[in-house]
Design a binder for this molecule. Sequence first.
Ligand SMILES: C[S@@+](CC[C@H](N)C(=O)[O-])C[C@H]1O[C@@H](n2cnc3c(N)ncnc32)[C@H](O)[C@@H]1O
Length: 217
Amino acid sequence: MTEPSFLTAVRKSYDTVAADYVERVPPPAEMDPLSRAMLAGFAEMVRTAGPGEVADLGCGPGRITAHLAGLGVPAFGVDLSPRMVELARNAYPDLRFTEGSMTALDTGDDELGGILAWYSTHHTPPRWLPEVFAEFHRTLAPGGFLLWGDYVGDEHLRPTRRYGRPVSYESYFLPVDHMVGLLDEAGLVVTARLEQEPGGRVSRPHACLLAHKPDRP
Ligand SMILES: C[S@@+](CC[C@H](N)C(=O)[O-])C[C@H]1O[C@@H](n2cnc3c(N)ncnc32)[C@H](O)[C@@H]1O
């Protein structure tokens, strides 16, 4: 089957910018404190719930995957960009990183204790998001948690350069209520949300949503 063109553009763009991304994007230790707190809360909830692994989907160079592992969570990373996966494997040889797309995961049903989608869904055209969130629901174990974090708003950007290099991906920033609605339609129950306005280490409006897949009745 032919790959949707947005996936090809995202893969090519992140292959191009991967090394510059690592240089320019601050590591987790320099992230804004509230986002770090959401990651810590997510890690604690996953650890408390049971032994399942967390998939960091759109893991990029693997720094957040490693941050979660440092918080005691068995975590692995998946990314569309082979270059990002290569950087992640080199930086964190003890962790598992694979190439793949969150639109069709190579993971069985009900397997994961948690999913982290951290600034990795905003290149997905909105009409594809129901498919992505259906994959999250399919692969999460009942009771498993999702932490989603990303830019929000009402904008469609077509940048030509990012991180000092040419890119061809597009970015879609959607209202947080819309994202909550999509997760709800996918059968994921949102129980906490954090919204931040620009300022300090926060460059654009962003939000974190914590959700879970309900236990079977
Ligand atoms: C802005 S970076 C964020 C990386 C990482 N989560 C972090 O916070 O450092 C977005 C990443 O998501 C990946 N990505 C975007 N769409 C994806 C998809 N459909 N499946 C897997 N990875 C994807 C890109 O290749 C890129 O590495």
